[in-house]
Each structure stands twice: as C-alpha cells, then as structure tokens.
Design a protein around this ligand. Structure first.
Ligand SMILES: Cc1ncc(COP(=O)(O)O)c(C=O)c1O
Length: 447
C-alpha cells in the first residue's frame, strides 16, 4: 500500500460522472474520514457538508458499523442468495420493513440505487402481469428526476445530459411529468412551497393520452435531490397518489436520498404523509459503508406476484450480491445506530436551525433562491453569463480549499450534512459559503 500522502498514477481510473481531464490536472483525493470530517491527501480536514454523496447519514467511520462488517467478513464472507440464505439478510429485511410506512413490508435487496430503481420498475411490470394486466408496460417519470444510471433509470429519469448519448436505446414506453420547480412563484420558500400542486394534474392528461390500461407505474423522487433540491409543492404528492390510485397505477417513490433520516423521519413518505406502493432505497441504508440497496414493496404487490406462480421461482430477478452478508451486517448496525442515537429525530429537531442558517444567505451575492427541507438545502446562484454552472463550480472549489465539501449541480449548491452535525458546524458551513460567494466575481463587475 502507498503511504497516505503519496499521489498514485491517476491514468488508469476512468472516473464516474467526473470531468476526468480537469480532475487529473487538479486532483482532490480523500485519504481518511471520521465523524463529520474527511482528511485530504495533504492532511487537511474537510467538513463533509454532503454526507459523502448523500449517504453517510450517521457520520464517518462509525466503529459499530466497521466492527459488524469485520466480524461478518471473518465468519461468513459470502453466501449465495439464490435458493440459499443466511440469517442476517432476513434480519436486515425485517429491520428495514419495520421502518417503512404501514403495508410496505416486503423487502428485495439490491446493491445500489440504480439497481433498486430497475428492480422497482420490474416489480411493477411483474405485478400487473400477475394480475392479468400485462399490457400495462408504460412508465411515467418526471423532468429533472434522477433515478440512477441503469437503462431503466435513465429512461424514466429527466436529466438531458444523462440521456442524450443513449437516446436510441432507452426504454420505449415512457412519458414524463413536468418538473415542479417554479422559481417565480416559490423562490425562497421555507419547506414545501405553496404553489404547484396543480402540476400533478398533468398526470391526468398523460393518463388520458395513453389510457390508464397501458400505464404500469409513476416514479418520482418525493424531493428531487440530484437536480438541485426540488422540494415538492404542498399537496402535490397527495394529488399524484390520488390519481395513481384512481387508475390502478403503482406509485413508486425513489427514496435513495430521502430515506433514513434526511427529512427527519425514516422515509419522505412518512415525513410528508403520502404512502406509495414501492419505495427504492440505498445510500443511508448502510451509511454508505458497504454498497447496498433495497426495494420496499406493499405486501399486496409482493403477494400478487408470488401467488400467481404455482411453484418454482416467482420473480426472475436478483443479483449475485443481493443481501450480501457484509451489506446485511452493515444495514443492521446502521439501523441500530440510527435508532440508538435517535438520528432521525435529531435531524428533525435541527431542521429549523438549518433552515434559518440556509435562508440567511438570501441576500448573499449571486443567490437567486434558497430552498430547504429537513437537513437539505439547495442554494441557487444566478448563472454567469454564457457559462452556466461556472459560478457554482468555482464556489465548490473555493469551499473545498477552505475545508468544506458542498455538492454542485448546475448553478445549485446543495448541502446535506450527516445527521450528527452540530449547531456550530451548521453556522460555520453557511458562513464559509457566504464568504466564498462574496469572493466570486467580486472585482470583475460581473453581477
Ligand atoms: C433518487 C436517486 N435514485 C437513484 C440513485 C442512484 O443510486 P446509485 O448511484 O447508488 O446507483 C440516486 C443517486 O444519487 C438518487 O439520488
């Protein structure tokens, strides 16, 4: 192994969702982590304002999780999940089911959010087929939705850059709802914005256009994270639920970001009071320590599929690592930690302070919107003329240089710290961001 401060040869690794050439000329390498902080290769400390990639909800290098994984690796390293099992996979499924909204108590394991999304889409198809409605093959996603990088996920997803290179190979029967971002009505909303429930009615138009008998499921992130923190307008999700129920369409919440405390409850479904038929999970499920994901299915959905088959395999789907022993151990230890330390409640009790701190940037240079929910905020900057995204990218680098990790999408800066964050760290994050925004284009005359 290299000494911690030694920069390795960077050429072989083709990095995901990264400007590879730019990165390799100015690499940012992390060498360690503990609690709220990363340590960079040069030894500097960086406050993790983004829970890694929205996943390290309990903070870094928690010994409870590390010990559980180490014990598992030494006693049962791998167990096939097809026609065999091991106790911790069943225990982990029960622990997850116990956190889901009532009725969603059947858990299918995956290894990532992308796999969870593809799994949920396949469950939806299998469900309708099992009930004699196999013609329901259409999915409705939403503009600015992110559902991972698989073909299913990019097809229902609504991010142009993620789709255009592959546009000839997307799933065929897809349509999209409009996104819910209405800056003219809702800029600087605190929590759920007041305007926009009517956007859900667009689903009625799509249902009429395609006929409900062709539609399998609607999939949305209850709060869109990756495309810049789009908080659902009050009443919007309720309306989606009502319309899908009326037409026998399954509603899938992609909770890869929102589950496990981010919004101050186990799920966005429970935080926002709307229960879908399927929930996709990943990230915080294992505190990001071991790749893991799952789909929570309403029991009737599970039963319809399982009971439609006389004997043999009921659902032809799964992964070599579904319910992997290390993932199962990590999930059990993570969920224990969330419960023992009351981290969902902690997120909920910090939300008002976090909201105030975020909105204190309202009059900071370049800021055109601040939105927030739970322990998430999106701070949107006016784009630099002719260079969309450049201003936020500069803010990202300047924050990093000052020891703060933020996440940037277009011109939106997102903050979503681990749920163990302290009040003084929240204050420092937003103060640092304020200083950085004050430096950007300060002497150029650019607005
Ligand atoms: C809502 C949502 N769905 C799916 C994914 C994909 O998860 P993964 O990168 O683990 O495949 C993400 C990742 O950010 C996500 O935010």
């Amino acid at each position: 192994m290299n000494a911690p401060s030694e920069l390795p040869d960077l050429s072989a690794l083709w990095m995901p969702f990264t400007a590879n050439r730019a990165f390799k000329t100015k690499p940012r390498l992390l060498a360690g982590a503990s609690g709220m902080h990363y340590t960079a290769l040069d030894g500097s400390r960086i406050l993790d304002g983004t829970s890694g990639l929205w996943c390290v909800n309990a903070g870094h290098c928690r010994t409870e999780i590390a010990d559980a994984i180490a014990r598992q690796a030494a006693s049962l390293d791998y167990a096939p999940g097809f026609q065999l099992g091991h106790p911790d996979a069943f225990r982990a499924a029960a622990a997850i089911a116990g956190l889901m909204p009532d009725g969603l108590d059947r858990i299918f394991f995956t290894n990532s959010g992308s796999e969870s999304v593809d799994t949920a889409l396949k469950i939806a198809l299998a469900y309708h087929r099992a009930r004699g409605e196999g013609q329901r093959t259409r999915f409705i996603g939403r503009e600015r939705g992110y559902h991972g990088a698989g073909f299913g996920g990019i097809s229902v997803g609504g991010i142009v850059a993620n789709r255009k290179a592959f546009s000839g190979a997307l799933l065929p029967a897809i349509d999209h709802l409009p996104h819910t971002h209405l800056p003219r009505d809702n800029a600087f909303s605190r929590g759920q914005p007041a305007v926009g429930a009517y956007l859900a009615d667009e689903l009625e138009r799509l249902v009429a256009l395609h006929d409900p008998s062709t539609i399998a499921a609607v999939i949305v992130e209850p709060m869109a994270g990756s495309t810049g923190v789009l908080v659902p307008p009050a009443g919007y999700l309720e309306r989606l639920r009502a319309i899908t129920s009326r037409h026998g369409i399954l509603l899938i919440f992609d909770e890869v970001i929102t589950a496990f405390g981010r919004l101050g409850a186990a799920t966005a479904a429970s935080a926002l009071g709307v229960t879908p038929d399927l929930i996709t999970l990943a990230k915080g499920i294992s505190n990001g320590v071991v790749p893991a994901g799952a789909v929570a299915a309403r029991r009737q959905v599970h039963d319809a599929i399982v009971e439609a088959t006389q004997s043999g395999i009921e659902f032809f789907h799964g992964y070599t690592y579904s319910g992997h022993p290390l993932a199962s151990a990590a999930i059990l230890a993570t969920l224990d930690l969330y419960r023992r330390d009351g981290l969902f409640e902690r997120a909920s009790s910090l939300a008002a302070l976090f909201e105030d701190a975020a909105h204190s940037l309202r009059n900071a240079p370049h800021v055109v919107d601040v939105r927030n929910l739970g322990l998430v905020t999106g701070i949107e900057l006016a784009p630099r003329e002719g260079a969309p995204g450049a201003r936020a990218a500069e803010a990202f680098q300047r924050c990093f240089d000052r020891g703060l990790l933020v996440r940037v999408t277009g011109d939106v800066i997102a903050l979503a710290p681990p749920l163990i964050v302290e009040a003084d760290q929240i204050a420092w994050m937003f103060e640092t961001l304020r200083q950085v925004l004050g430096e950007i284009d300060a002497n150029t005359g650019r607005a």
